[in-house]
Design a protein around this ligand. Structure first.
Ligand SMILES: [Zn+2]
Length: 230
């Protein structure tokens, strides 16, 4: 018995839950069981390297509230007219938004080693994230064990950014839900990519998003001029 406590988080584009305020700034950290949560070392500012995988068959997650039966993305891609070959660049671009500003890296890996699973679900809502976490032995911050990101299989997505708010841009949606998956919440203000509701006024991280992810993982280290690795 490892004394694990699994926390479940409902997080979707249209219904924020878990809104304990984080004092001092406009971003908001995801709070589960009263703890901010992050991948890697449960220390504020510590970086992390996170593997992700697309599910290639339906996987059941007993401890998940959302995405409990995570399905392959084939149906939602077909509904959207987005081919499988077009999806990885969108996913990579979504992860890269976070990785470009904070000390957090993402790489695709096998399902057996993944910490973030990406798939689809059938039901209501646009997209969900589900975060399973481990209660800290000491300290305030908890470790995320794994996160799920799921898109509604029946809703069309688009790669365009055309102002039609009835169809969500797939990269924007993924970037927003990756934010949940790594420990951020709706900030309670407008103007951030983590803000609610969906909009198409901007498509990249805003200052508030950056402050939030840097608070948890530290800033992306700057390359050192003239440093060579032998
Ligand atoms: Zn949201």
């Amino acid at each position: 018995m490892r004394g694990l406590a699994t926390g479940l988080m409902l997080a979707m584009l249209v219904m924020p839950i878990g809104r304990d305020a984080f004092s001092g700034d406009v971003f908001r950290l995801l709070q589960l069981g009263g703890h901010p949560v992050k991948f890697g070392s449960p220390t504020r500012g510590a970086g992390a390297s996170i593997g992700y995988a697309f599910v290639d068959r339906t996987i059941h997650f007993d401890n998940a509230r959302n995405c409990r039966d995570l399905e392959p993305l084939d149906a939602t891609l077909a509904t959207s007219g987005i081919g499988w070959s077009a999806l990885p660049p969108e996913v990579e671009a979504a992860f890269a938004q976070w990785a470009s500003v904070a000390n957090v890296n993402f790489h695709e890996t096998a399902s057996s080693r993944a910490q973030i699973f990406i798939g689809a679900f059938s039901g209501m809502g646009e997209a969900f994230a589900d975060v399973a976490w481990q209660r800290p032995v000491d300290g305030e911050t908890a470790s995320i064990e794994r996160s799920l990101i799921c898109l509604n299989a029946d809703r069309p997505r688009k790669r365009a950014f055309d102002g039609d708010l009835s169809v969500y841009n797939v990269r924007y949606t993924l970037t927003h839900d990756i934010g949940y998956a790594i420990g951020l919440d709706h900030p309670g203000t407008f103007g951030a990519l983590m803000s609610f509701p969906y909009n198409e006024r901007f498509r990249t991280l805003r200052d508030d998003d950056i402050k939030g992810v840097v608070a948890m993982y530290g800033a992306r280290p700057l390359p050192v001029a003239g440093l060579s690795v032998q």
